[in-house]
Design a protein around this ligand. Structure first.
Ligand SMILES: *Cc1c(COP(=O)(O)O)cnc(C)c1O
Length: 397
């Protein structure tokens, strides 16, 4: 019997426990200590971000963003439906309406051609989500945002260390949000960061993430006592997590190189199946440098996708689908959305399968995944299903 190939396996870079011990010895294990400072400055320097603040999750960073841009009840926020729930929830909890726009068939990112028609008097912000670590068309999105005076908040949960042209994701919009959840490229259990791309946002961000107090200014000796001065919450990441994260961030290049190898192996091995129209591979436009967050394939339809997923499961290989489009959720229905509204998002929900992808996956394990996919698609897919044209053209738009 073959051993189980999991979908994800958190990678321990090496010095995590060492740095946690140091944090404990230093005596400060709440937030904004030595390891928060070190982790933030690695990112600020590498990604050229004005200010990075560590948060307990990307969800928290998105919520903090919604507070920082002063989202009010009745505001509208443009975003993809094919995303994680936090993208929408962060704004909905402030009373805003998520306005879902369909995705591009090539990158599965927000379709920039559909944004302008979704803008109304009430539109306040656009939230591009960089799916699989591949950048959205930020040039177009920034131009539209400028024209209509909208804020851009990047959901770069999956895009840490990816680039659009020569700009790192998270550094392009007003605000950017990162995740260090154990399923992402660089991890600390649960964790995240907010990227503040202008100085004006910094003071208020400190206040909002520290329970609405000016404690940060107090610690810096700028005020002689600290007090309640805004409506905030508790969005500071513990030093224990920051110490763990620092060990990962030190290994940026090594982790990224390994992920690229895994991605390339899948890509090259599955390319004949794409050329044979049996599946479609991820598309990375020329102006994007991916962090290789994941490897997905697009199957002709849901029957083939689910059939392949079950086949792999029987062979002890864990492959998983991804987002159920938010406009089809019970919350989406409350805003009047229904099945059929966003066809590409729905097809991605039905046809996409993510393959096992983690630092320590072995060459043999990858071979097993690849040969089971080849086997299934060549022998078990009915003529009818094979004849259905792919929903997603392989060529770039
Ligand atoms: C993972 C993810 C999040 C949430 O990240 P957490 O750190 O778990 O809160 C948000 N948006 C996207 C697109 C994600 O993939």
């Amino acid at each position: 019997m073959n051993s189980l190939i999991p979908f994800n396996k958190p990678y321990i870079a090496g010095k995590e426990l060492h740095y946690i011990a140091q944090a404990v010895t230093l005596g400060n294990i709440s937030g904004d200590g030595e390891f928060a400072r070190r982790s933030a400055s690695i990112m600020e320097e590498r990604f050229k971000i004005h200010k990075v603040l560590l948060t307990p999750s990307c969800t928290a960073a998105l919520e903090l963003s919604a507070m920082l841009v002063d989202i009010q009840p009745g505001d509208e926020v443009i975003m993809p439906s094919y995303t994680f729930v936090s993208t929408a929830n962060a704004f909905a909890r402030m009373g805003a309406k998520p306005v879902f726009v369909d995705i591009r068939p090539d990158t599965l990112n927000l379709d920039d051609r559909l944004i302008e028609q979704a803008i109304t008097e009430k539109t306040k912000a656009i939230v591009p989500v960089h799916y699989a670590g591949v950048a959205c068309e930020m040039e177009l999105i920034s131009t539209i945002a400028e024209k209509y005076n909208l804020k851009v908040i990047e959901d770069a949960a999956q895009g840490v260390n990816s680039l659009y042209h020569d700009q790192y994701l998270g550094s392009i919009g007003e605000l950017g949000c990162y995740s260090f959840h154990e399923t992402k490229n660089f991890i600390c259990g649960e964790g995240g960061a907010i990227c503040l791309n202008s100085e004006e946002l910094v003071d208020r961000a400190h206040i909002l993430r520290d329970k609405g107090t000016n404690r940060q200014a107090f610690f810096q000796g700028l005020v002689d006592k600290y007090t309640w001065c805004d409506i905030g919450s508790s969005f500071v990441l513990s030093e224990i997590n920051c110490a763990f994260l620092y060990a990962q961030l030190e290994m940026f290049d090594q982790i990224t190189q390994r992920r690229q190898q895994i991605f390339d192996t899948y890509y090259q091995s599955l390319l004949p199946l794409e050329q044979n129209q049996q599946l479609r591979l991820p598309c990375i436009p020329e102006d994007c440098t991916s962090n290789h967050h994941m490897f997905y394939i697009l199957l002709p339809n849901k029957t083939v996708r689910d059939g392949l997923m079950n086949h792999l499961k029987q062979k002890q290989i864990t492959a998983v689908f991804h987002f159920v489009p938010l406009h089809t959720s019970p919350m989406g229905e409350k805003w009047g959305y229904k099945l059929g509204d966003l066809p590409i998002s729905e097809q991605a929900g039905d046809c996409l399968l993510r393959l096992p992808f983690y630092y320590e996956i072995t060459a043999d394990e990858q071979k097993r995944v690849i040969s089971e996919i080849q086997d299934y698609l060549s022998h078990s897919v009915s003529q009818i299903d094979r004849a259905i044209p792919l929903a997603f053209p392989a060529t770039e738009l």
